[in-house]
Design a protein around this ligand. Sequence first.
Ligand code: DGI
Ligand code: FE
Ligand code: FE
Length: 190
Amino acid sequence: MDRIQALELVRPHLTEHRYIHTLGVETAAAELAHRYGADAYKASIAAIFHDYAKFRPKEEMQEIVKQSDLPKDLLNYGTELLHAPVGALLLEREIGIKDEEILSAVYYHTTGNGSMTLLEKVIFLADYLEPNRQFPGVDEVRELSKVCLNKASLKAVQNTILFLMKQNQRIYPLTLDTYNGLQLEIKGKQ
Ligand code: DGI
Ligand code: FE
Ligand code: FE
């Protein structure tokens, strides 16, 4: 599958706004992949498909979690979390994507995890800082992303955790694992 085919496949699942975001994530992912040595093709395909399930009805996503091997604790946090793991599952089922690196980059694009691969970091960070995003703190992460992938990813997850806490939202354990994992990678086990 080339990127044009991928874009044609994802387009019907997204709004215009979300499609523009997706193109921004692809651009950002290409830059990060080039800078940090990730696979350019996988970065492009994972970016194009990362929000594939974003507009599935939440009842459908909850049903998929219940009837698959996805972790059931996903149901106890905001429904915003579901589109990432459900998206990975549906990409395999509906589009036939089998590449585990691409699927895991989609799976973890919202939360991250405690020991992220290079491609997972690239997609996690590209989603956060793509050029169409504008919110407090994003420029600092953009600057950091030119210097250190781990430090930029850490700042992004820190900002997300602080934002969620201010909104009195629950924080999914994987999001905290991401914070701890990146701290460990940056500072070592001291
Ligand atoms: O899909 P996007 O909007 O492009 O971005 P995303 O996949 O990073 O999703 C962002 C949403 O996910 C935002 O509403 C905050 C939410 N989120 C991220 N981490 C957590 C979370 N929500 C909860 N409850 N807990 C988390 O740990
Ligand atoms: Fe998303
Ligand atoms: Fe996104």
